[in-house]
Design a protein. Structure first.
Length: 258
């Protein structure tokens, strides 16, 4: 059984068919790519998995759990965390504070924490230790006390990843993690994603336009165009697939060089 399975997911926004019977499977411990032109439906699918959107048709199953029967705030408790195409951080909070937020899904009732001071103190200590440990892995230790709005965009993307890791995820949805990065920074990111998968066994589903990153780290790749599946396979297969090259129009060279 795949860890995550999307089957015939369909989403309509008025007269716009954003996803048209999209299916994919992700196995435990894989790094899987989800690519396609702008507007192909990639982030819409992420939003369905995260339960920000409710599909009109289809099913989404994670480790036997029917995601469409769950509320949005239940998803992280199942072990699914994500980053966003446009960074979603608490801009006036520090790196450390933003990362500690990732553990809130494990704390139970807010009122329980407020009324049980020993429990609240234990939680704060646990969240602090976990955030510091993740920060060390991600190279964020020296900016833990800095307000995130004062940091470059690349740092903010990594802080988002750190917040996801602090939540003890089984699967992370990465939405354009290489955005705003130069070639060297993207190469370092690739190593970091591999390290996280290898050391923690975390599955990664990756939306990305940087084909070099996708082709270098993904075991399998799904391609969407106009909300439909048009290809699925290993990087070498996707690289030479005529339908994929046509969907990317002027990006044939980028695919060939990846």
């Amino acid at each position: 059984m795949p860890q995550l399975q999307a089957r015939d997911v369909t989403v309509r926004f008025g007269g716009l068919l954003a996803l048209d019977r999209v299916s994919l499977e992700v196995n435990q411990g894989e790094i899987v790519g989800l690519i396609g032109p702008n507007g192909a439906g990639k982030t819409t699918l992420f939003n369905c998995i995260s339960r920000y959107y409710h599909p009109d048709e289809g099913s989404l199953v994670f480790e036997g759990h029917q995601l469409l029967q769950r509320r949005p705030h239940d998803i992280i408790g199942l072990g699914i965390a994500r980053t966003f195409q446009n960074v979603e951080l608490f801009k006036t909070m520090t790196t450390l504070q933003n990362m500690m937020v990732g553990l809130h899904c494990r704390t139970g009732s807010v009122w329980t924490n407020m009324l049980s001071f020993p429990s609240a103190r234990r939680f704060e200590r646990e969240a602090y230790v976990k955030a510091c440990r993740v920060a060390e892995i991600l190279g964020l230790s020296r900016v833990l006390d800095q307000v995130v709005s004062n940091l470059p965009f690349g740092y903010q993307k990594i802080i988002e990843l750190g917040r996801a890791l602090v939540s003890d995820p089984k699967l992370i949805l990465l939405d354009e993690p290489a955005a705003g990065r130069n070639n060297q920074e993207t190469k370092e990111l690739a190593g970091l994603i591999r390290q996280i998968r290898n050391e923690f066994g975390i599955t990664m589903l990756l939306v990305e336009h940087d084909m070099t990153l996708v082709m270098n780290i993904c075991e399998r790749i799904y391609v969407l165009d106009f909300g439909r599946n048009i290809a699925h396979g290993a990087p070498a297969e996707i690289q030479s697939n005529p339908a994929v090259i046509e969907a990317y129009l002027g990006e044939k060279n980028a695919l060939a060089e990846a």
